[in-house]
Design a protein around this ligand. Structure first.
Ligand SMILES: *Cc1c(COP(=O)(O)O)cnc(C)c1O
Length: 425
């Protein structure tokens, strides 16, 4: 089969054999039947692979994970109940109490809260770093107990483009994997593994689903990080697991070690599983991901150009604009375009931003981004409202920042709505 991304979107994952359903079936079953006790027992010992209980594996979910894996060019993948669960599992699969990790400061508010508040309670320390720092500066944050680095390829909501190669170099010099949250770019516009990232995380809730129907997440492993090179650092992968009669993940599963461990330990014990129905809906979204990303970007670029020249707009940040400080990085890592999300500040500061959002007629105020319908969010009064002024700035969120997710409606109608809402300022 052809390996082009468009074909994988449509035909990847489910491969029906003779007489089977053409479309990915929804295996709406918690459990699976076996003829003998021995067969079932072998599954519990990880001696054989197969389905027995949908918290550990389900055929609908696996087929969607395989499609996402193929799109990213990875070797193994798993679905989770949400993007948050994906980040949580990706990190805690290799970090435990007493460990340290590094995270890009300009990142999704939920992720920074997970790492700096919730995981702190678990004894994992996260340091936030400005992702635009030069290599020599970044290096200073690494400690002997640093186990991973996490950053977004396009940050939500600030729109910072990650210099993936720079981060991969620093990470590998210090013997830790680079995890990239590739939610906004999607593999259609950026494949982090090609630039040295080791693990990719997704909130499939966004463009992958694309219709605002199903919350979900995914973790993909490139298979490139050599855990055995640092056996003392990644003991969970390189030493025996007593809960499975002493198997060693790197020995038994090779390049599948990381995802297998996350599935049979973390998913088994914590259970943030994606439902087969949501996986099915995500798959329907994936079938048109390539078409939608193209139009989302085309519309967003037109909107950015319109806002840039509007007298009622103070500033616009969109890496697609040639005068954006991230344009060069975007051109390198995302030559086909970035995504449909941009940020801007209407005149009048925080008040102006609220007045503008209240004046919109077609574009809705919702806590969402990256679906077919255009929408706005004012992070300072919505998603990031728990942060103080200083923390807001650190997260790249100005008080007047409007996050606009440009949908795939008529570009003329989108611009007309923005224009009439700005005109009252
Ligand atoms: C939304 C989002 C998440 C969290 O995903 P959920 O599916 O809402 O749990 C993580 N990272 C990024 C970049 C996001 O936009």
């Amino acid at each position: 089969m052809s390996k082009n991304l468009e074909t994988i979107c449509v035909q990847g994952g489910w491969q029906p054999s003779n007489g089977e359903a053409r479309v990915l079936p929804i295996y709406q079953s918690t459990t699976f039947k076996y003829d003998t006790s021995e067969e079932m027992g072998a599954l519990f010992d990880l001696e054989k692979s197969g389905y027995f209980y949908s918290r550990l594996a389900n055929p609908t979910c696996d087929n969607v994970a395989n499609k996402i894996c193929e799109l990213e060019g990875g070797v193994a993948a798993m679905l989770t109940s949400s993007g948050q669960a994906a980040s949580m599992y990706a990190v805690t699969n290799i970090c435990e109490a007493g460990d340290h990790m590094i995270c890009a400061a300009k990142i999704y508010g939920g992720t920074s809260n997970l790492l700096t508040v919730t995981l702190k309670r678990f004894g994992i320390e996260a340091t936030l770093v400005d992702q635009d720092l030069p290599e020599e500066e970044l290096e200073k944050y690494f400690k002997p107990n640093t186990k991973c680095v996490l950053a977004e390829t396009i940050s939500n909501p600030a729109g910072v483009i990650l210099d993936i190669e720079k981060f991969a170099r620093v990470c590998h010099k210090h013997g830790v994997p680079l995890m990239c949250d590739n939610t906004f770019a999607t593999p259609i516009h950026c494949q982090p593994f090609k630039w040295g990232a080791d693990i990719v995380i997704h909130s499939t809730t966004k463009y992958m689903d694309g219709h605002a129907m199903a919350v979900g997440g995914a973790i993909v492993d490139s298979g490139n990080f050599d855990w055995e090179k640092y056996p003392d650092k990644f003991k969970g992968l390189t030493t025996p697991d007593d809960s499975y009669h002493g198997i060693i993940y790197t020995k038994k599963f090779g390049k599948g070690a990381y995802i297998t461990k996350a599935t049979v330990q973390l998913m088994r014990d914590m259970g943030a599983v994606q439902s087969p129905m949501n996986a099915f809906l995500t798959n329907v979204g994936l079938e048109t991901l390539h078409l939608r990303m193209e139009r989302h970007y085309e519309n967003a670029l037109a909107v950015a150009k319109f806002l840039e020249n509007h007298p009622k707009v103070a500033w616009v940040e969109f890496a697609g604009l040639p005068d954006s400080q991230y344009h060069e990085l975007a051109t390198k890592y995302m030559p086909k375009g970035t995504c449909g999300v941009l940020s801007f500040g209407p005149i009048g500061g925080k008040e102006g931003a609220m007045k503008f959002t209240n004046g919109l007629k077609m574009i809705a105020i919702v806590t969402h981004v990256a679906d077919v319908r255009s929408c706005v969010l004012h992070p300072a009064s919505h998603t990031h409202r728990q942060l103080n002024e200083e923390q807001l700035l650190e997260a790249g969120v100005l008080p007047d920042l409007i996050r606009l997710s440009v949908g795939i409606e008529s570009i003329d109608d989108i611009i007309a709505d923005l224009d009439q809402a700005l005109s009252v300022l």
